[in-house]
Design a binder for this molecule. Structure first.
Ligand SMILES: Cc1cc2nc3c(=O)[nH]c(=O)nc-3n(C[C@H](O)[C@H](O)[C@H](O)COP(=O)(O)O)c2cc1C
Length: 203
């Protein structure tokens, strides 16, 4: 069982990276992982050259795209960490989705995680669920996590307040549910009904 954790902030030393590392250290038993941190992953803004494998731009980004494609192809589930940016999902994360395809991700479950320095963080969850997965055809499980006041929590402190404890319980529950969905979906992807070739861009 393999999870891919996507840290959607392009800032170095971001809170989203902190969350990615926290999740990596708290995955359910038997789950391996990779982290794709968009801060260390200078995918250029997608443009038409990406259709053309002979273009310089296409070839110059192959050292980033190929390992990413390999990870996404082998993974069983995604954890998508989206820091709230002016009430939106960061543009870098939306750009990342342009590089994803149904060949890699169709019928794989994803856990959405919204991050806020304050008391918001709901907008990225809503936006992810409305627009991010149509072409790549992964899907969001009903559980999601909003991490508010992020600088104050998940710091591995000895002094955890009740509110942080409740959030951590939600994190563990959501990760456990993601594993169950991932297990179930392995069978769905094997089904003869699954037809990515004829429906590569979803519905
Ligand atoms: C340009 C910008 C816009 C932001 N907009 C929001 C926002 O709309 N709502 C919010 O709760 N936090 C907002 N924040 C704060 C983020 O929630 C905060 O940076 C958080 O720590 C996660 O970002 P990080 O992973 O890059 O550290 C914004 C931060 C930046 C840099």
């Amino acid at each position: 069982m393999h999870f891919t954790i996507i840290s959607g902030s392009h800032r170095s030393w971001s809170q989203s990276s902190k969350v990615a590392n926290y999740l990596a250290n708290n995955l359910p038993l038997g789950v391996e992982h990779n982290i794709i941190d968009l801060a260390n992953n200078p995918l250029p803004l997608w443009n038409d050259h990406m259709w053309d494998s002979s273009s310089t731009e296409y070839q110059e980004t192959s050292h980033i795209r190929h390992p990413m494609k390999e990870i996404l192809t082998k993974t069983d589930a995604l954890i998508i960490i989206a820091p709230e940016r002016a009430g939106m999902v960061p543009a870098w994360l939306k750009n990342f989705f342009l590089y994803c395809s149904s060949q890699q991700l169709a019928n794989k479950p994803a856990l959405a995680i919204g991050v806020s320095a304050g008391i918001n963080g709901a907008y990225p969850i809503a936006e992810l669920k409305v627009s991010s997965n149509k072409n790549a055809q992964f899907f969001y499980i009903p559980q999601h996590v909003i991490l508010r006041n992020i600088k104050d929590i998940l710091n591995n402190s000895d002094n955890i307040q009740e509110r942080e404890q409740k959030t951590i319980e939600r994190v563990h529950y959501s990760l456990a549910m993601l594993k169950e969905y991932a297990l179930a979906m392995i069978e769905v992807r094997k089904s003869w009904v699954s037809d990515i070739e004829n429906f590569p861009y979803g519905m």
